[in-house]
Design a protein around this ligand. Structure first.
Ligand SMILES: [Zn+2]
Length: 409
């Protein structure tokens, strides 16, 4: 195909570009005059458009897509949000969750996302991909039991039951929810199983001031709230959430840490040495008013940082019609870090998550051999304006191709 401009990420933006696709993969990308004789048949002309690799969303909960209205009002604090979340989850059925996943997947496809790392609360949601297809979803089974005891045992049994789905890849990985909400034994078991099977982990950690106060100083609203609910608090005081995860064996090269807003220097070193990846969710961060995301510290420390949408239970404050939208996350990231280059921001939703997910060279870039997952947006500018235009784009993509096939968005 021919297009006004392509931003391959693997190379600088190309004016008057040609992209040759065969059997679902990219065969060649380059200037039209150089490739036009090599491309077989009559190539499609996309005209005034910018072609880019489809995004990877490194953290979401598609099943909470229908919660947006319940969370319109900003929480009074992190504990208030947790209580509202518990109530919202109690009030919905598995069928509601399925419907929400279908809507969420559609929103992500419209915002140029080809792959998503998604947390599921029930293995049944991951058993079929017909709800979310053609979005390619890596499902992480969430485990949640704040205290050792019956609830933890039930969660451990649930993981064992899901073992065949984990072994066959139907469930991509495990998600012990967070250091405050998954008992130490549960986190350790998830980490062991993931290591044994070579699977990734996705964990929320160091998200809020309240979580930090709980682990570092054994105080604060989250500490009190969990203590009142019978959680043994003997792991609190004197260590950070990230250090707790390291002690439990949960940090490694296949660990995705969502949020990581509250870190000390030691945490950055632990993350860097483990090879873990951090996922920043800019609109969720703004919704909660968390402490500033330590992007510079992480980058200087050599920790990869990707972008995620999180869920509409934590991003929906200002919008009339809230949507999961990776372009909106890019824009929010640009507002949060005005000095950060636009290409760097785009890489956090393409090249970086592809590398962290084990798809380097296969996804997140337009290069020979990569899967042909492409998005096109309207564009009349010069190549030097390509990344600015991607970050500024609003609304659905113009065209979306998955594995070499155009899809309806
Ligand atoms: Zn999340």
């Amino acid at each position: 195909m021919r297009v006004r401009c392509a931003a391959p990420l693997a190379a600088p933006p190309i004016e008057n570009a040609a992209v040759w696709i065969a059997e679902g993969r990219i065969r060649a990308v380059g200037p039209w005059p150089e490739l036009k004789d090599a491309v077989p048949g009559k190539p499609e002309d996309l005209g005034e458009a910018l072609l880019l690799p489809a995004f990877l969303n490194a953290h979401c909960h598609l099943e909470y897509t229908d919660f947006a209205d319940r969370f319109r009002e900003r929480p009074r604090g992190f504990v208030d949000w947790i209580e509202r979340m518990i109530a919202a989850k109690r009030a919905r059925s598995l069928e509601d969750a399925r419907r929400a996943r279908r809507r969420g997947a559609r929103m992500l496809l419209q915002s140029g996302v080809a792959r998503a790392l998604d947390i599921v609360t029930d293995a049944a949601l991951a058993e079929t991909d017909s709800d979310t297809s053609p979005l390619r979803v890596a499902s992480f089974l969430e485990c949640l039991a704040p205290s050792p005891g019956e609830r933890e045992k039930a969660e451990l049994a649930r993981i064992d039951k899901a073992a065949p789905l984990l072994q066959t890849g139907r469930i991509a990985g495990l998600s012990p929810h967070a250091p405050y909400s998954a008992a130490p034994g549960l986190i350790r078991r998830c980490a062991q199983l993931a290591a044994a099977l070579g699977l990734p982990l996705s964990i929320h950690a160091a998200e809020s001031r309240e979580e930090w106060e709980m682990f570092a100083r054994a105080e604060g609203p989250l500490y009190q709230w969990l203590q009142a609910r019978g959680r043994p608090m003997d792991d609190c005081g004197g260590a950070t959430p990230i250090r707790r995860l390291a002690e439990l064996g949960a940090l490694g090269p296949r660990t995705w840490i969502a949020h990581a807003n509250c870190l000390d220097e030691g945490d950055v070193g632990l993350l860097a040495r483990s090879g873990a990846t951090v996922v920043h969710c800019p609109r969720s961060h703004a919704y909660f008013g968390h402490p500033p995301f330590p992007l510079e510290k992480l980058r200087c420390g050599g920790v990869p940082v990707c972008l995620g949408t999180d869920s509409l239970a934590g991003t929906a404050a200002e919008e009339a019609f809230p949507k999961l939208d990776l372009f909106a996350e890019l824009a929010a990231c640009a507002r949060e870090f005005p000095g950060l280059g636009k290409e760097e921001i785009v890489r956090m939703a393409t090249v970086e998550p592809a590398r962290a997910g084990g798809w380097a060279g296969q996804a997140g870039e337009l290069r020979p051999g990569a899967v042909a997952d492409l998005a096109a947006i309207p564009f009349r500018g010069a190549p030097a304006e390509a990344f600015e235009a991607i970050v500024a784009h609003r609304g659905p993509v113009l065209r979306m191709m998955l594995q070499g096939e155009w899809i309806d968005v």
